[in-house]
Design a protein around this ligand. Structure first.
Ligand SMILES: [Zn+2]
Ligand SMILES: [Zn+2]
Length: 374
């Protein structure tokens, strides 16, 4: 079939809308008619070369849609199901899956680098030339073919734009708080970096009764956005990790139980560790560049029983955790729709990326169903 998709021709380039060929789903694969796609920082990593990605490629890894057709042997979904898409279609059989950490599946991560589906090949092409997939999903398009295990059926009353965000930013932030850290009522929490992931973490902390919940960022606009969502206090980056942590300790009466770091910058990670009180935990979500080294005062680790833990994709088991998150959202206690500051047609993906980079947007969502002029 023919689909319209935003194609990145080369690293450092812009997206152009093109008509591509999308091959039918093979065994274990599903054709999804997309409803919405979020624009995520990780998409930009493929554009600026932070992560190597072969081109031409269709990016986008935060999507939701409706199942249109299934390949042979597919049992999890049927045509008509609404699905939120997971970019870790864990194998369920490797040692990591069996020991309960499917987000670190030993099969998925090396396979993702092949920029195809689970067998490494593409369903996307143009005039016979291969077009690469991204994170198995390629959601900057009208439709996509994905692994069956990427498809998580969701209630039909969930808006597509919210379901899309649950596919990446929301799960990364919410899962870090609920699953990786296990934040409890009354815990003091600081969130460093108030983009889509950080604010998702903040909403999750507030939903379980953490208090205070302190937002930390380098821009006042983002702190204002965090305050509007309910943050107890906002701390502007004070020029150094030490000064910033000092300010966090001051507004939290001596330090936090959990400092959630969502930027991936070394200094922000340092500030996270220094913001914690005795028995406090720095939860590192942001993915740093290859060469970043984290330096912390070692003595305080045993003397204060400080902890430093990592979290990828919110330690999530998407098939279970997407639904938990959406059920709390449906109850009204997790207002995820408030994360969406900009809605654009798919054709305006370049503007969407710009809005994200400028810090003007918390989350940009593309409507993948609208027909543009091109
Ligand atoms: Zn993402
Ligand atoms: Zn596995």
């Amino acid at each position: 079939m023919k689909i319209r998709a935003a194609v990145l021709e080369a690293t450092h380039g812009l997206h152009h809308m093109q008509v591509l060929d999308l091959a039918p789903p093979r065994p274990g694969e599903v054709l999804v008619r997309l409803g919405a796609s979020g624009v995520c920082r990780s998409d930009y990593n493929a554009i600026d070369g932070t992560t190597e990605s072969p081109c031409p490629v269709v990016l986008g890894h935060e999507g939701a849609g409706v199942v249109e057709a299934v390949g042979p042997g597919v049992t999890r979904v049927v045509p008509g199901d609404h699905v939120s898409l997971s970019w870790t279609p864990s194998c369920g059989a490797c040692e990591d899956c069996v020991r309960g950490i499917p987000q670190l599946c030993a099969t998925v991560w090396p396979t993702m680098d092949l920029a195809g589906l689970m067998d490494g090949t593409s369903r996307l092409s143009r005039d016979g030339e291969r077009v690469y997939h991204y994170c198995f999903l390629s959601t900057f398009a009208e439709a996509t073919v994905v692994p069956e295990r990427s498809c998580v059926p969701i209630p039909k009353d969930v808006p597509m734009e919210v379901a899309a965000l649950v596919g990446c930013a929301v799960t990364t932030g919410v899962g870090a708080v609920w699953k990786t850290a296990g934040v409890r009522p009354g815990d003091r929490v600081a969130v460093i970096g108030c983009g889509g992931v950080g604010l998702s973490a903040m909403l999750a902390a507030m939903a379980v009764g953490a208090a205070p919940v302190i937002a930390v960022d380098t821009t006042q606009a983002r702190l204002d956005a965090a305050r509007e969502l309910g943050a107890t206090a906002g701390v502007l980056w004070a020029g150094s990790p030490e000064a910033t942590a000092e300010a966090v300790r001051e507004v939290s009466s001596g330090g936090v139980d959990y400092a959630i770091e969502a930027t991936g910058h070394g200094e922000a990670m340092q500030a996270a560790v220094l913001s914690t009180r005795k028995r406090g935990t720095a939860v590192l979500i942001g993915i740093p560049r290859e060469d970043v080294v984290l330096t912390v005062p070692a003595k305080t680790i045993p003397r204060m029983e400080r902890r430093i833990i990592g979290s990828i994709y919110g330690s999530a088991y998407p098939e279970h955790d997407f639904l938990t998150t959406l059920n709390v959202y449906r109850s009204g206690r997790l207002p995820l729709e408030k994360l969406i500051t900009h809605r654009l047609p798919l054709d305006e993906v370049n503007q969407g990326l710009e809005l994200m980079l400028s810090g003007a947007a918390t989350r940009v969502v593309l409507d993948t169903t609208t027909q543009g002029a091109s």
